[in-house]
Write a protein that binds this ligand. Sequence first.
Ligand code: 8OZ
Length: 368
Amino acid sequence: MTADQALFQPTKIGAIDVANRVAMAPLTRSRADMAGVHSDLAVQYYRQRATAGLIITEATNISRQGRGYAFTPGIYTDAHVAAWRRVTDAVHQAGGKIVTQLWHVGRMSHVSLQENGAAPVAPSAIQAGELVFLESQTQAPPSMPRALETDEIPGIIADYRHAALMAKHAGFDGVEVHAANSYLLDQFIRDSTNRRTDRYGGSVENRTRLPVEVITAVSEVWGSDRVGVRLSPMSRAVGDTSLDSNPQATYGHLARELGKLGLGYLHAIEGQTRGANAAAAFDYKALHAAFGGRYIANNGYDRQLAIDAVASNHADMIAFGQPYIGNPDLVDRLRRNMALNENDKSTFYGGGAKGYTDYPSLGATVRA
Ligand code: 8OZ
């Protein structure tokens, strides 16, 4: 086998058999309804991308409290399950595999998105930078959060467990726990956003306790070999300064603890989310080694970087994000070394079919 063929070989990611090493990274597209229920447009969107070895869905809210952006989907009501079931059936019929990404935004929310205008919750009452997207189709700074009481933590874990169970009812192949990009679990991990003095704050052991407890609970539902986790040790939220003071030690500890659970995979955003690949800024190989299991690398990979990363065993799979917006048949294009469609950035978030399900695949005529 030549180096460039390794990217297209099947493998096993935990308990999931994947047809190739190309994953579709989670992509927020904001096309669900106000209640977080997908329409059949999402069925078409995911079906079109089913030749990916593994689809990781867009970040999906585990609870009403976990919601921070309008029109993002949920996985906590029966209506959510029914809508996602149509998606998973379509992907499976097309020969694909699909896991959903379990998401609680923590402080990255707005009172208008919360039940009865409640304050968003966070490890500590520190307001986030960046902007969230409201139902009024406008953007706003996140609201001032309130710190979770210690006795509320079991309720958060129960919400993750419930969402994991709902994901099972919806027919997914597994779940990915979103512990990246400065959302709730990452807010606990980082000392810049966690000033707690209880057993969930202070030491690295304490700050990583909630992610480990959540992932343990989710693993009880699914079996740990169908649970993945996404981390982004070096990624700041836009307009935010929320990095950890010692990412290598903190995320290394977490990866080691998660490795002991026997998870299906660790998915790492190498560098700044949506930025260039910055594998040099952090020792991701050490993170992978601490974890000891399957590793999905993400961020700014192109065809050659992906081929090299899989051929050299840097990664077991490469997750492509933005290339999957405009290229439903990305695997085919990479295999044949064909040009990629350009993305229309104005249709990334919100709207309908335009920029969602209308990107062309290489047709049979091109193929001939
Ligand atoms: C883009 C817009 C809103 C949310 C992430 C879930 O960065 C997101 C997200 C991306 O992980």
